[in-house]
Write a protein that binds this ligand. Structure first.
Ligand code: WT7
Length: 635
């Protein structure tokens, strides 16, 4: 029990040393003492980095929902598990105790079984941030179905691609969703997706907005009437430690989205342990993470991590700016939130508004504040620390990825001294290393390099659904024997890590992972477009924004540039979603390419960033003149 909660820096160093020197013993003890198992493991870990093969807690049997719900019932059945804060300020919050959560999840689990969902089947969930989203995920986990949550901001095409990639049998969606002053027509978008997704046999529809929808007979069912008839108790499926728990898609620098697969036991142990320590969770706390459950942050730190620790977790349907820029602070005051976890983009967007929006709210309940998804710049760090944390709450800058399942580098509040813009020290069990481009390890401090992780941790993704070779190629090949994160990092004189950003063609926009290739593919579908290249450039609020360089087919066919820009962005909205829209589009006559045909993005990045700096050696370009032309016509 003792090492489950780390209370001092000395203890952290002790625990950390043990965790890397004797990882089997260390993780075995954490798993043994803090969870409910049907059967224990015969081996803590077996792995092969080259083959990207990881078996944690071999042959153990469990059900993660027993750990999230059932085991809290005797002691904490009447405690709130979920507080739902609706988008519309006129609508009252809803509270679900652990007892009620058990009933909701049981009904849903029974219903899924009745509808023919079996262990191993994939269920796609396309819902707004409402409690039914949490119930659906937990119901899947309870019966051993694999959930694949698709963020409700994605388009029909993006939804359909994801459904088809993992051949989902069922879709759970809603009539619509509230978001700020708008509603999103989720069922309508889903209908369009389903035209191209024949594997979906049944659609369960939550009534959220009450708007009119089309229901296809024999396929689409309103959820509530079915739930009314479902039994309120349920048996939890016995799952093997390595049985899949969920698939979550993340965009890569090339090709179609990657369905990252996470499995039961390792994910459970790691998200629970990190949540407990990194958010300093204590029994009466109210924890709030503002991310969407459609991203990994929501999976691990709205749902699983908090519930595994018997916490009260807030599910917020709305946005930071509706009905005013005070919304976050109002919610913190109303629910007496103790831990607040959000993104640098949200902080920057609120920091640019009048300070009165935050002043005047009682944020005294806060103990810990956190940041995730992208580097937090110094200015945003201080604003967050001064005006939200009131200089008394440790600010944890948590670095991790969809692939890592849980936080790998972060301070532990009241334990690790924080340093602005530094994620700081590795969590127990995590061995970060910096590698230079020649694949040598950088041993000295105060140097930057490619961030790799040397030893597996329990929540590492197990594969890319349907494409293990791509998993090996993307993460385990460039630096043999190590997991390559795709991020660059700097290590300071005391060993703190600062994440400096992506070193590949992924751009982090508002904390969302955007691969350039998938967006370029969409732009290239436009009838007048010959080719395109996208790079990121610094943006005051979003961290990075997207700049597209577009080569048109023949001049003369098109006339109105503004119209063309609109059409390109509409195409992106339709195919991927509004989050992938370009902030700037520049029409160019050619792209800087090497003789082998590779676009030199480095050059485009320098132009997009508006830097005056030298381009370096551009003699390998087919047409070096194009560079000055592009720079001259920068938008
Ligand atoms: C990428 C992963 C992890 C949940 C949300 C994003 C960037 C994430 C930080 C941080 C600097 C960060 C990295 C990473 N990132 N957290 N604290 N400081 N950068 O998950 O969509 O899988 O994106 O987000 O570049 O590789 P994701």
């Amino acid at each position: 029990m003792s090492n489950y909660s780390i209370k001092s820096l000395e203890q952290y160093f002790r625990v950390y040393r043990r965790s890397v020197e004797k990882p089997k013993k260390f993780w075995g003890e954490i798993a043994e003492n803090n969870f409910t198992w049907f059967q224990k493991w015969d081996k803590v870990i077996e792995f092969d980095m080259q083959k990207a093969s990881f078996t944690w807690f071999r042959n153990a049997k469990l059900n993660i929902t027993k750990n999230c719900i059932d085991r809290h019932l005797a002691s904490n059945g009447d405690k709130n598990a979920i507080i739902f804060e609706p988008n519309n300020p006129g609508e009252a919050p809803r509270y679900y105790t652990y007892n009620q959560l058990y009933v909701e999840v049981s009904k849903m689990a029974n219903l899924l079984r009745e509808q023919g969902i079996e262990k191993g089947d994939r269920v796609c969930i396309y819902l707004p941030m409402i409690p039914e989203l949490a119930f659906s995920m937990l119901a899947c986990a309870r019966i051993g179905a694999i959930h694949s949550v698709v963020f409700a901001g994605f388009s029909a095409n993006a939804l359909s691609t994801r459904i088809n990639d993992s051949t989902c049998k069922m879709l759970i969606t809603s009539d619509g969703g509230f978001r700020g002053s708008k509603t999103i027509d989720l069922k309508k978008i889903a209908d369009e997706a389903l035209d191209n997704s024949p594997t979906i046999k049944k659609v369960l529809v939550v009534n959220r907005t009450g708007q009119e929808v089309t229901m296809r007979e024999g396929r689409d069912y309103w959820l509530q009437p079915l739930l009314d008839n479902a039994s309120a108790t349920s048996q939890a499926e016995v799952m093997d430690a390595e049985d899949p728990l969920f698939i979550l898609y993340t965009s890569g620098s090339t090709g179609k989205p990657k369905g990252m697969l996470h499995t039961n036991a390792g994910y459970m142990v790691y998200t629970a342990y990190t949540f407990k320590n990194i958010f300093h969770y204590r029994s009466d706390d109210i924890y709030w993470c503002t991310a969407d459950i459609g991203w990994i942050t929501g999976h691990s730190y709205i749902l699983y991590g908090p519930l595994l620790n018997g916490s009260t977790t807030v599910i917020f349907e709305g946005t930071p700016s509706y009905p005013s820029y005070s919304r976050f602070w109002e919610v913190i005051q109303k629910h007496k939130v103790s831990q607040f976890y959000t993104s640098p983009t949200a902080i920057r967007s609120l920091a640019k508004e009048k300070i009165e929006y935050v002043q005047g709210f009682t944020l005294d309940s806060l103990k810990v504040i956190g940041s995730v998804g992208e580097p937090i710049n110094e200015e945003a760090w201080h604003w967050y620390n001064d005006h939200v944390g009131n200089k008394k709450c440790p600010l944890v800058d948590t670095w991790w990825q969809t692939e890592t399942g849980g936080i790998l580098i972060s301070a532990i509040p009241f334990v690790t001294p924080t340093k602005p813009t530094y994620a700081s020290l590795p969590f127990p069990g995590i061995k970060p290393v910096l590698m230079d481009d020649l694949r040598n390890e950088i041993k000295e401090n105060q140097k930057s390099g490619n961030l790799c992780i040397e030893y597996p941790w329990p929540a590492i993704a197990r594969t890319i659904w349907g494409d293990h070779q791509r998993y090996i190629d993307t993460y385990f090949t460039k630096f043999p024997g190590k997991y390559f994160t795709g991020d660059g990092a700097l290590r300071d004189e005391v060993g703190y890590y600062r994440i400096t950003g992506r070193v590949d063609d992924v751009i982090i926009v508002s904390g969302h992972n955007m691969g350039t290739a998938p967006i370029e593919d969409v732009i290239n579908e436009h009838q007048f477009v010959a080719e395109s290249a996208i790079v990121g450039y610094p943006h005051d609020i979003k961290g990075n924004a997207l700049y597209g360089f577009v080569v048109l087919k023949e001049t003369g066919l098109w006339r109105d540039r503004n119209n063309l820009i609109k059409e390109i962005n509409q195409l992106i909205t339709d195919q991927i979603g509004p989050i992938a829209k370009l902030d700037k589009i520049q029409f160019v006559t050619g792209l800087p390419k090497t003789r082998s045909g590779k676009i030199m993005r480095r050059i485009l990045r320098i132009i997009a960033e508006g830097e005056e700096s030298d381009f370096g050696d551009i003699t390998t370009l087919v047409d070096p003149e194009i560079v000055e032309e592009i720079r001259r016509e920068k938008v």
